[in-house]
Ligand binder design. Structure first.
Ligand code: HEM
Length: 504
């Protein structure tokens, strides 16, 4: 089945299409220094002096330098580019130039990712998905670095690094470890709202085209009169939401771990361009002050009945990467990439992300990562000079500021705005987790419980008991059914063990 499909799909025919497109070889083989290379037969380097074979030396040493550090989270990904088109006027709340006119189009690059697997890992794993969009606007790049779930796991940034470690590999066994996970989950119970999505149907979307995207953070925006509003961004798939059950995901991922990368590539190659409608939930400063909960809490949703969705525009992906490494691996999505009109979010988690991503990208891609073509804004005039692979500042303009010799000058934004100061306390979103469960169909409840039992059943009994304590506080029925599933599995194991002994 899988083999038949590969012969048909455009992703697996990429090299054949390239040959058809070019007709003849694209040039004479050279070293990277431009010297023509002789490569007549397989024996060309035997009985010759290796040290004079520039081609061999170069390819051997270059091979060893192909890898750069993979992202510490969200390493496994697909990407594409396209455009964003404004469909509705929101200039009353936000003065960002790329949003200031209906039908205005802005180029975008998008990177979709799983969170936990390493690069090349399975696309059908149960996990939150990254949905990161880079808008190349006339005022610089705006990166909306969101997730496929409307809530995040934690509110306090202090726990992010160890949250990543707890979900990652056990340092001794190099295996992902359900004891580590459930230990962390049950010690930070605000995560249970997030778990309702992770273990629910949202936990394995059917490819990236069928999933939504959420900013999660409540961003602060400003209009041209200097008035603040607060928005949560939602990207709703025009392909609809589709998920895979755990059993389907195991089968599909076994046949093709790159299922979601292939699906996105083929859809775009076939001209079936995926698109999303961008919406915002809008709050005024008064709404923020009046709300009876922290509207900046990343573990909570903002109720849609209270803060309805307001349409903004369409995101369309119509171009596959020409080179994956150049356009997807090297892209630097950063919550710190903001444009006038969008101030970022005032919560502590967001503030921490502003540091973390920049640091990650300096480490992964080097001091001049903004010079890599996929990261370049339309224009930039900085006083940053030199550094490894500096491609930006190669002219003779002044290297210091202030100066009287026509170096770039700052502009004045009269309504720049300042992020508001907020006070945050610890979070507990059990009420929303309970409401989430109440709203599920019976089928969705059964799948959710089955997935909880599968994962929790692999953790030790004391962690199962600790988790059940939290489940009981969230929802009696949910707790009962998870407990029943765990006991049933334990009894089953017991029975098979008894059977084994009896037999012996
Ligand atoms: C304190 C909290 C967080 C920290 C410290 C953090 C840190 C990181 C780091 C270091 C990366 C790798 C960046 C790179 O190497 O380019 C990353 C990637 C990512 N994070 Fe976070 N993260 C946090 C919370 C979140 C939240 C709340 C979201 C969603 C709203 C999110 C979504 C993503 C996505 C989508 C990527 C992949 C970006 C890409 O496609 O290149 N993260 N995160």
């Amino acid at each position: 089945e899988a083999v038949d499909k590969y012969y048909e799909d455009l992703a697996s025919q990429q090299t054949v299409k390239f040959a058809e497109k070019t007709g003849t070889p694209i040039g004479i083989l050279t070293t990277s220094n431009g010297a023509p290379v002789e490569y007549r037969d397989a024996n060309v380097s035997l009985n010759r002096r290796i040290i004079t074979n520039e081609f061999l030396l170069e390819t051997l040493t270059h091979l060893n330098r192909q890898r750069i550090p993979e992202r510490v989270v969200h390493a496994n990904a697909a990407g594409a580019s396209g455009y964003f088109e404004v469909t509705h006027d929101i200039t009353d709340i936000c003065k960002a130039k790329f949003l200031n006119q209906i039908n205005k189009k802005t180029p975008v690059a998008v990177r979709f990712s799983t969170t936990i697997p390493n690069i090349g890992g399975s696309d059908t794993t149960r996990d939150g998905r990254g949905f990161a969009v880079k808008f190349y606007t006339e005022d610089g790049n705006f990166d909306l670095v969101g997730l496929s779930f409307p809530v995040f796991s934690i509110k306090d940034p202090l726990f992010f690094p160890t949250f990543a470690n707890a979900q990652g590999r056990n340092p001794a066994t190099f295996l992902t470890d359900d004891n580590m996970r459930w230990d962390f989950f049950t010690l930070r119970p605000e995560i249970f709202h997030f778990l309702m999505y992770r273990f629910g149907d949202e936990g394995i979307p059917d490819g990236y085209r069928h999933m939504p995207g959420f900013s999660i953070h409540t961003y602060q925006v400003i209009n041209e009169h200097g008035n603040y509003s607060f928005v949560r961004f939602h990207l709703v798939s025009n392909q609809g939401f589709k998920y895979l059950t755990s059993a389907e995901a195991t089968r599909i991922g076994g046949l093709d771990p790159d299922y979601a990368i292939r699906d996105l590539y083929n859809a775009i190659a076939n001209g079936d361009y995926p698109s999303w409608q961008l919406y915002v939930q809008v709050l005024s400063l008064e709404d923020v002050k009046r709300a009876d909960f922290d509207v900046f809490d990343t573990t909570r949703i903002l109720p849609l009945d209270k803060y309805p969705l307001r349409p903004v525009g369409q995101l369309v992906l119509n171009k596959n990467p020409v080179n994956y490494f150049a356009e997807v691996e090297q892209i630097a999505m950063c919550p710190n990439h903001l444009v006038p009109g969008i101030l970022g979010a005032p919560d502590q988690l967001f503030q921490s992300r502003r540091l973390s991503y920049r640091d990650a990208q300096l480490y992964r891609l080097g001091a001049n990562f903004q010079n890599i073509p996929i990261n370049c804004p339309f224009r930039s005039f900085t006083y940053n000079i030199n550094g490894l692979f500096n491609l930006e500042k190669t002219d003779d303009s002044p290297s210091y500021y202030p100066n009287t010799y026509n170096g770039p000058v700052p502009y004045v934004d009269v309504n720049k705005g300042e992020l508001i100061e907020i006070v945050q306390d610890s979070s507990l979103s059990f009420d929303q987790a309970a409401r989430h469960y109440d709203n599920l169909t019976e089928g969705a409840r059964e799948r959710l419980i089955g997935n909880f039992v599968d994962s929790l059943g692999k953790a030790s009994i004391n962690l199962q008991e600790r988790a059940l304590k939290w489940f009981r506080l969230i929802h009696e029925e949910l707790a009962e059914r998870v407990e029943h599933g765990l006991l049933y599995n334990r009894n089953k194991q017991q029975r098979s063990v008894d059977h084994g002994w009896g037999y012996r």
